[in-house]
Design a protein around this ligand. Sequence first.
Ligand code: ZN
Length: 150
Amino acid sequence: MDEIDALYQEVILDHYKRPRNWGAPEHCDRKADGHNPLCGDRMTVYVDLDGERIADVHVDGAGCAISVASASIMSETVKGHTVAEAQQLFDKFHAVVTGQTGADANDPALQKLAVFAGVAEYPARVKCATLAWHTVNAALSDQGDTVTTE
Ligand code: ZN
């Protein structure tokens, strides 16, 4: 394992052990449930909107280290962005974790999301890494149903 990998592992473990913005808030404008049946990850994403801007994001649920760390980092990353900007971030993040050609894990817009670049080598974990993003998307587009990665 090289130094970058070790650093990334550390960030993922830190967010898994102490996930940020975790727990159901008293109030939210939108919410959606997400489920990754392959791994058993389940989460609910709560969003507060201020016009087009994402004022606050909370997540509640349980899952593997990758899914929880990804949800924690997602909540930190999209907060303060507009819904359209969050969608663009998801597109870039999705391209990186699925190993699409032209995807750039060093894109500064991705910030901490770059720690998941290694997931591209493990297709089964891609769904863990993207669950929170699919779920926040469902919340933002106000779909009432549970989203699953299948
Ligand atoms: Zn998982």
